[in-house]
Design a protein around this ligand. Structure first.
Ligand SMILES: Nc1ncnc2c1ncn2[C@@H]1O[C@H](COP(=O)(O)OP(=O)(O)OP(=O)(O)O)[C@@H](O)[C@H]1O
Ligand SMILES: [Mg+2]
Length: 529
């Protein structure tokens, strides 16, 4: 696709300069489309994948529109969470750094209202806030909306999920009719389109269309686990992949607290974030994570939407999310602005079907992975150390170190090889994990445990596959003609077959092959047993 630079969008010099300072080389596709449309004053619905710069897509047009001489409130951005309000305010403030006379303020619950009122008196033109607290100020008449000409609902669908519908409607009713109304999110379920119809005029729908809802630069894996093993599996994955920063999502506040104490007990730098915490505490945790003092943020869905932290390299769904959309937003905390990331999801028992549904919703592939063994983890660590060692050899002057080793070898019975091996042992701290395979086997649950694997079958209606049918000879491909290898089962909408692990690849190949040739895989009706 043709790329568009910010200086081609008809923006003021100061804004273009700010994008350069912020390290933006070109406009992202949603920015290239939405900025010109918004600057024409149109109502917009913008949908684009997570981490693709939607904030600047509405932030820049707001800054271009605000009149610095008018000290009244002119633009209002509504966000679902406090952390997001702070972050969006920071991004818009960054974009405004070379403009003069524009004041921007985040307004959210949990912060001292008296302090907010004092700040509001300074003549704020752009407010980014959560609906509840904005309403509060409206009632106190400390926020007046009569000069507002632009309103943005960021993560519009989430604000509806959170029950902010009435608040949003009240706020929108207070804003003069001849305003511009803008909605943004990575997902646009139907209820939001209804809001759009009621509160927007001839809105232009700007969708950066991609086949999949999730970003392709995120590798997505899942693990079948037992609830009691989740923590161990998480730790192995953390050790193995060693992500810079990780975000771990749990479905309940209690689970967040439990996991944080578990991780801290094991020596990880982890902290929790959820709605029962005091705002000051939430701010402290979020800042610690942004600064990298905390490597692992364990959170409920309060951190799922919009949160943008550069170095998040891994997202874990410790619990599988309830709604499909949440999967998209949660894993979207990594792989932002063209970076790479990895998403790991844990499923327990039948949750695997939920995962298949998520996969279908996102139009993406989530690959099954076995839990790594302690040996796998150690091998990965050693590999990394060897890599670092080789780099040191190439880049550093090691003359004095070599002399020290030489002296040791001369004075003792040890070879340089002995010394190197001992160093490696010291640094990786690995034991010969004799029982490792057994424990790892136990971590891999469900079908895996009995040496069976579950294969999902995309059973077209024509194939007429029914539960109980036998998956048999896959002649020519499997090299085991006539052999009975499993039977069809079904759960929800999903048809699957459990087959011995050793035949899994054969069956998969045969299934692929069958698709290409338009043949059905060799499935015999149950009654032909
Ligand atoms: N044109 C650009 N080039 C490079 N980086 C950009 C550009 N525009 C925005 N960014 C950066 O990309 C990151 C993600 O942007 P942003 O938070 O606006 O994404 P988003 O689309 O709102 O994602 P989400 O759906 O998760 O809310 C931010 O750190 C932002 O500063
Ligand atoms: Mg956003």
């Amino acid at each position: 696709m043709e790329t568009i630079r910010f200086d081609e969008l008809g923006l003021s010099e100061q804004i273009v300069k700010a994008t350069v300072t912020m390290g933006f080389e070109e406009a992202s596709p949603i920015q290239a489309k939405a900025i010109p449309a918004a600057m024409q004053g149109k109502d917009l619905i913008g949908q684009a994948q997570t981490g693709t710069g939607k904030t600047a897509a509405f932030g820049i047009p707001i800054l271009e529109k605000v009149d610095p001489k008018n000290k009244k409130l002119q633009a209002l951005v509504l966000c679902p969470t406090r952390e997001l309000a702070i972050q969006v305010a920071d991004e818009i403030r960054n974009l405004s750094r070379y403009l003069h006379g524009i004041k921007i303020l985040p307004i959210y619950g949990g912060q001292e209202i008296v302090k907010q009122i004092r700040s509001l008196k300074a003549g704020i033109q752009i407010i980014i806030g959560t609906p509840g607290r904005i309403m509060d100020h409206m009632r106190r008449k400390t926020i007046r909306l009569e000069d507002v000409n632009t309103v943005v609902l960021d993560e519009a669908d989430e604000m509806l999920n959170m029950g902010f519908r009435d608040d949003i409607e009240t706020i929108l009713r207070e804003i003069p009719e001849e305003r511009q109304t803008i909605l943004f999110s990575a997902t646009m379920p139907k209820p939001i389109m209804d809001i759009a119809k009621t509160y927007q005029k001839d809105a232009e729908l700007i969708r950066v269309v991609k086949k999949e809802l999730t970003v392709p630069s995120i590798d997505q894996f899942y693990y079948e686990v037992r609830p009691k093993n989740k923590e161990e599996v998480l730790c192995r994955l953390l050790d193995m992949y060693d992500p810079n920063l990780s975000l771990v999502f749990c479905n309940t506040k209690r689970q967040v607290d439990e996991l944080v104490s578990g991780l801290v007990g094991r020596g990880y730098f982890a902290a929790g974030l959820h709605g029962d915490m005091k705002q000051s505490q939430r701010d402290r945790v979020m800042n610690g994570f942004r600064k990298g003092k905390t490597d692992i943020l364990v959170a409920t869905d309060v951190a799922a939407r919009g949160i943008d932290v550069d170095d998040v390299e891994a997202v874990f769904n410790y619990d599988i999310p309830q709604d499909d959309e949440y999967y998209v937003h949660r894993i979207g905390r990594t792989g932002r602005a063209g970076r790479n990331g990895t998403a790991f999801s844990f499923v327990v028992g039948k949750e695997v079907y939920k995962l298949k549904e998520i996969q279908r919703y996102c139009k993406t592939k989530i690959y099954a992975r076995p839990v790594p063994s302690v040996n796998d983890v150690a091998a990965t660590k050693q590999e990394k150390i060897f890599h670092q060692v080789e780099q040191l050899i190439q880049e550093e002057d090691l003359t004095s170190m070599i002399q020290m080793i030489q002296d040791r070898v001369n004075e003792s019975d040890y070879t340089a090889m002995d010394l190197a091996a001992a160093f490696l042992k010291l640094i990786t701290n690995t034991d010969d994990a004799a029982q490792d395979e057994d424990t790892t086997q136990l971590l891999n649950t469900g079908a895996e445990e009995e040496g069976m694997v579950r294969l999902f079958i995309n059973a077209g209606k024509k194939q007429n596959i029914r539960p109980g049918d036998i998956v048999g000879a896959i002649a020519g491909e499997s090299g085991m003609p006539g052999k009975l290898i499993g039977s069809i089962d079904m759960y929800d909408k999903y048809t699957f077959v459990e087959v011995p692990r050793e035949y899994a690849m054969d069956v998969l190949h045969a299934m692929d092959h069958a698709k290409i040739k338009g043949r059905s895989i060799n499935i015999e009706p149950a009654n032909q047993k």
